[in-house]
Design a protein around this ligand. Sequence first.
Ligand code: PLP
Length: 360
Amino acid sequence: MPFRPRYTGLINKYRDRLPVQDDTRLISLGEGNTPLIKLNNIPGLLGKNVDIYVKYEGLNPTGSFKDRGMTMAVTKAVEEGSKAIICASTGNTSAAAAAYAARAGITAFVLIPEGKIAMGKLAQAMMHGAVVIQIKGNFDAGMQLVKEVAEQAPVTIVNSINPFRLQGQKTAAFEIVEELECAPDYHCLPVGNAGNISAHWMGYSEYRDQGIVNNSPVMVGYQAAGSAPFLRGHMVDNPETVATAIRIGHPQSWDKAWQVKDESGGWFDECTDEEILAAQKMLARKEGIFCEPASAASLAGAMRDIRGGRIPEGVKVVCTLTGHGLKDPDIAIRQSSAPPINVEAELEAVKAAILENMAS
Ligand SMILES: *Cc1c(COP(=O)(O)O)cnc(C)c1O
């Protein structure tokens, strides 16, 4: 047959490395298999000889890496006979939970912080028919409530404390290794609950321990400065940042993430909201890649550490772009310096607008 087999999602591809049986009914939307894009222009702008790749997780079915974990969590919930799932969310988990629950024909309950969720994510949860419960509190308060209510109601938690979530998410590391034919030297991620950095390390360690590759990356986690418990060394009670996806003060994978840092020889650092938005814009303008603010924390931090030499020249760096830029259109429009040019619908007016703006 001249054709390659059709891609049918990450559980099917990595079946032998995930906790599923031959007859498990898979709840999938074709997630995973996202592009690893080598940056063409930004390394030169930094004046450094490094290979920077971005893993564009915004191209998953609901627009974030959460789909990798959700396909596993919902597949297992259905296998165990669950009729409802629940999560607290800064937005993307609720979007993924809503979509995969719809696919499975079960109910999704999502707790979100009132007024602190990006518009695209709220639209997704509502459109997929989730029961959206807005609380007058932040993610951390929602997470606490979810844990308590799951003890008293027949619902399966699909936050990243659900171990199947991290199993699904570790496949991103497999994909990167397969594409590069080795592990990268550094892997940079934005950190909120720290589930994803822990899942990546699981994936890299699995391939290294089984001799599929002989190296593993230094793991680097970047937090938003107003929401940086790993930098403070303790939980933070009122986290604030423009990057709402990582507006988390009480990370659920606290111990795991410290272990990742120690085992990989990595570090945590923080980025200001200004640095995050500047990196988001730079990526959009210089490379044609649109990610949401939280995602840009990985690149913002990596660029600073490359400039400063903490990440040396001659290495391969992967930055995870966790979510798509269209998730948060309000932030994107607010920070765009060139608003639309309004003209009459006439040739002369359009031509003048073009000639005046040729250089920029
Ligand atoms: C969930 C999320 C994160 C944070 O991931 P953790 O596993 O909680 O550390 C970062 N960026 C985006 C876009 C997210 O949706």
